[in-house]
Design a protein around this ligand. Structure first.
Ligand SMILES: Nc1ncnc2c1ncn2[C@@H]1O[C@H](COP(=O)(O)OP(=O)(O)OP(=O)(O)O)[C@@H](O)[C@H]1O
Length: 296
């Protein structure tokens, strides 16, 4: 039976709760309004109608298209700001040492959920709790009571499109240590060389210019840059989407070995390709139109 110790922290048998989220809602924030489109098209049409004589002049042809455009704009439902629901009251728990796979069609809200959990996107309602790393007892910290920079040292998001800086691979790997949140950690080149060996690359890779890296190699650098910082929760947004079969398999192995090396880690893995990671999944969640369901 589950036992609630503190808010957001529950024992789940042999596994510990690393992260739990409760009743999360996210609404879209619209910045452009339909009325401003109307005004814009009105302004154009006003200036055009003042010169109409020949129906085949460019300005009259423009007028025809402008009228058509205005009709299209008006036929759209006009939603007030904060009306569209992107995430619909979702709740879930990530357990230690476990891989949770999240599937769902394009635009269903998977990336939005990951960004909320990583503290990169504000939620309209709800809470996220992280197991308190410094404590042996079952206590947790809320995302609302934690500095974003502090939160992101423990809950890391591996984005779909890696952003690397100009310079060498090793320059990029060292970059996080310049941030205050990671200044207590030391860059460990031997760890990187060992990981590169597993990825069938030698130490020369560290000196390569990131400008010349392939999409797959960029993702590998991005992954190593995050893993070296030892987050408790790793959120993966389609990490193998741009990789060939071999590199994809290597990355899956790298991530799973990393997970198994410490019992205080968990993975939430968004994917469309259920062949690479699904056989290894402990849990499967599915998202549809912002609603999360547990498949197993
Ligand atoms: N910051 C934002 N503000 C408003 N709407 C957003 C924001 N981010 C995403 N959306 C919208 O939320 C919906 C869900 O987007 P999301 O990126 O989570 O989809 P996804 O399930 O990850 O899709 P894919 O599998 O294609 O990556 C989309 O309609 C998107 O346009």
């Amino acid at each position: 039976m589950s036992v609630l110790h503190n808010k957001g922290v529950v024992d789940k048998g042999e596994f510990e709760v690393m992260l739990t989220f409760e009743n999360i809602w996210v609404h879209s924030r619209r910045t452009a309004t339909s009325s401003s489109s109307d005004n814009a098209s009105n302004n154009v049409s006003n200036s055009v109608t003042s010169v109409q004589t020949n129906p085949f002049t460019p300005s009259n042809i423009y007028q025809k298209w402008s009228d058509k455009l205005r009709k299209t704009v008006r036929s759209d439902p006009i939603l007030p700001a904060d009306k569209r629901v992107l995430i619909n009251g979702v709740t879930g728990t990530l357990l230690s040492g476990q891989v949770t796979v999240l599937t769902g069609s394009s635009g269903s809200g998977k990336s939005v959920l990951l960004r909320v959990l990583a503290g990169l996107l504000p939620m309209s309602n709800g809470d996220v709790y992280l197991k308190n790393d410094a404590s042996n007892v079952n206590a947790s910290q809320s995302i609302h009571d934690t500095l974003p920079t502090q939160w992101r040292t423990q809950v890391a998001l591996l984005a779909q499109h890696p952003q690397l800086l100009e310079g060498s691979v090793i320059d990029n790997l060292k970059t996080p240590y310049r941030l205050q949140a990671h200044q207590h950690l030391d860059f460990d080149i031997d760890w990187h060389i060992a990981q590169l060996e597993r990825l069938q690359r030698n130490a020369d890779f560290l000196q390569q210019d990131t400008y010349h890296l392939s999409g797959g190699e960029r993702q590998l650098v991005n992954t190593l840059r995050l893993l070296q910082l030892n987050p408790q929760v790793l959120l993966l947004d389609e990490p193998t989407a741009a990789l060939d079969i071999d590199t994809s398999a290597q990355l899956v192995q790298l991530l799973l070995s990393w997970l198994q090396l410490d019992t205080q880690r968990t993975l939430l893995w968004v994917t469309h390709d259920t062949q690479d990671i699904m056989p290894l999944a402990n849990h499967h969640w599915h998202m549809q139109a912002g609603v999360l369901t547990e498949v197993f």
